[in-house]
Write a protein that binds this ligand. Structure first.
Ligand code: GCU
Length: 137
């Protein structure tokens, strides 16, 4: 299926910094969330049509403690997902969340829910029937 990728380092960041000191990221780096609850990365996501999409977050968590995050679309109902330890900060994994996007502009926000902050976040990939853009590296 078509996929569009949005780099975390190009998103809106509240309480986090762009870094590139752990290998394996895509684009030019990743976001290191501050170690606080409420830190977030918000992506602007364009959809060609209203409908279900898969939101796939690529992340690393070099600790052994889950770094759960609350995912919201367009400020709506939050779903919380685990971002468990990946074994190393240079080991990246993906988790998928199903969501409905609306035609046109959307916001997808991933907010840390614990005092540890979020994992390191590399990118958001979006696939779905409304997505007509070409893949990006
Ligand atoms: C380390 C690591 C960072 C990470 C941080 C954290 O400092 O190098 O990339 O974000 O731990 O625990 O959040």
């Amino acid at each position: 299926a078509p996929v569009t990728s949005y780099q975390a380092e190009s998103a809106t960041i509240s309480q986090g910094v762009v870094e590139s000191n752990h290998a394996g990221y895509t684009g030019s780096g990743f976001v290191n969330y501050d170690n606080v609850a409420g830190a977030y990365v918000e992506f602007g996501v364009s959809a060609a049509a209203t409908g279900p999409q898969t939101l796939t977050f690529r992340f690393a968590n070099g600790t052994t403690t889950d770094r759960p995050m609350s995912i919201t679309v367009n400020g709506g109902a939050a779903v919380t997902r685990s971002f468990p330890g990946t074994g190393a900060w240079s080991t990246w994994q993906e988790i998928a969340v199903q969501a409905t996007l609306q035609a046109g502009a959307n916001t997808v926000r991933a907010t840390a829910t614990t005092a540890n902050g979020g994992p390191n976040l590399d990118r958001l990939s979006v696939t779905g029937p409304g997505d007509t853009q070409a893949p990006t590296p």
